[in-house]
Design a protein around this ligand. Structure first.
Ligand SMILES: Nc1nc2c(c(=O)[nH]1)N[C@H]1C(S)=C(S)[C@@H](COP(=O)(O)O)O[C@H]1N2
Ligand SMILES: [Mo]
Length: 412
């Protein structure tokens, strides 16, 4: 029996999949775009995670009012852009996966392992992240923790990958130099060069005289195609986060201006099992500070000075919506129980269970005059789906912290 030689087999495969478009230059250009989108995702993700799980040094900006809308809109949009970019980059390098032997040395093995880790964790991160924006959690693990730790794995393996590939990246950084080298090779009659730093299948195809440097032009066309695709998926989804793109929102799950009182709803009163308690007529808000406890009925709250604020709901899932809120300042309630305005709070919701039943509010938001216990939304009494009888609305915080259906406010 004749056993196939793995070396020959992979060479045949590489020739089968050879495309003059593939070159190190192409991979480097895609890698730069991808590094940019991943960095945007990583930094905005750290910011969002820090707001929800603050480390001791966390800062809590409350201005500009759209800061979290912007940062989370960028997070989700850059994540969506990363999907076509990552697929294109994988296409540009996948003949490498067929190389034989798969591991040549210890350092080569480590390098390949880090790339495998990077690819696997990136694909997992982007698909679960995308699915999450469609409000679908078909996995048993907690999304946010997993998303956070995967981000560190991805960023660490990305830095390692960049360090290992630095010579090839540098050699192919400057497009002009790469094109000049290709032109030179073309004039010498050696056909299309894959550019410095790469000696894979395309050069073999070129050396066989398959025409004058087709790689250069098809590379441009390919990059233009990737750019157009990426732009299209971003433009047709980013309208969920950026109102000026709202008319182009064809694919994102949330459409601005829809829902009760023209604001979308994530968790409904039925999901949260609060409808009975919220509408019983017995509702009151308890505010406590040490041994002091005051309860405010809805009529009591309405009798306090009312303030108007134009503030967005900006969900971690990327959608956001500007709205007009009216209600009582949280700092007025804090001073009603004799506590200093610069206090931290623990706030609970009527919800019997669930991760958003309990919310901590750092002093930055409590002393801010614009943080409200909102009773009205867009000119009418708060809809039950938006947190009736009362909800929190503060500047610059993720939607998950804008607690609906308030029950207690505890000054710590
Ligand atoms: N008690 C409670 N408050 C909550 C939630 C929740 O599940 N329970 N969901 C939050 C989330 S994820 C968002 S994005 C906002 C959405 O507010 P809206 O439904 O009024 O648009 O409410 C937040 N407040
Ligand atoms: Mo949310």
């Amino acid at each position: 029996m004749h056993r196939p030689d793995p070396q020959k087999l992979t060479e045949a495969l590489a020739a089968r999949f050879a495309s003059p478009t593939r070159s190190t230059r192409l991979t480097v250009v895609l890698g730069r775009w991808l590094a940019l989108s991943f960095t945007v995702c990583f930094l905005t993700g750290l910011f969002s995670h820090g707001l929800q799980n603050p480390p001791s040094w966390m800062f809590f900006p409350t201005s500009p009012v759209w800061i979290y809308q912007l940062s989370q809109g960028l997070h989700v949009s850059a994540g969506i852009a990363s999907i076509p970019l990552l697929l294109a980059k994988l296409w540009s390098v996948y003949p490498e996966l067929l190389r034989w032997p798969p591991v040549k040395s210890l350092s080569h093995g480590l390098e390949r392992a880090s790339i495998a880790l990077f690819i696997a964790s990136s694909l997992l991160q982007l698909t679960t992240g995308l699915i999450n924006t469609y409000k679908w959690y078909p996995w048993p693990f907690p999304f946010r923790e997993t998303h956070y730790w995967l981000a560190w794995v991805i960023f660490g393996s990305l830095l390692l990958h960049i360090a290992v590939k630095l010579p090839a990246i540098m050699a192919n950084w400057n497009g002009r130099a790469v094109r000049a080298a290709e032109l030179k090779a073309e004039l010498k009659g050696t056909g299309g060069s894959p550019g410095p730093g790469r000696t894979d299948a395309p050069s073999a195809a070129g050396a066989q005289g398959l025409g004058p440097a087709p790689g250069r032009w098809s590379r441009r066309a390919f990059l233009a195609g990737v750019g157009v695709t990426t732009g299209a998926v971003v433009l047709t989804t980013a309208g969920q986060s950026f109102s000026w793109l709202s008319p182009l929102n064809f694919f994102a799950p949330r459409v601005m201006g829809t829902g009760p009182q023209s604001v979308p709803v994530n968790r409904t009163s039925a999901d949260a099992k609060v409808a009975d308690l919220a509408t019983s007529g017995q509702w009151s808000l308890a505010v406590t500070y040490g041994g002091t406890r005051k309860t405010f009925s809805l009529a009591d709250l309405r009798a306090l000075p009312q303030y108007d604020q134009e503030l967005p709901i900006a969900c971690v899932e990327g959608w956001s919506q500007m709205a007009r809120w009216r209600g009582v300042r949280i700092r007025d309630l804090v001073s009603a129980v004799g506590a200093p305005p610069r206090s931290a709070l623990r706030v609970t919701s009527l919800e019997p269970e669930g991760p958003y039943r309990l919310m901590s509010m750092p002093p930055e938001y409590v002393e801010d005059e614009r943080t409200l216990v909102a009773l009205e939304l867009n000119g009418s009494v708060l809809d039950i789906e938006h947190g009736y009888p009362a909800r929190i609305i503060a500047r610059g915080r993720p939607g998950v912290l804008q607690t609906k259906w308030l029950q207690t406010v505890e000054v710590l």
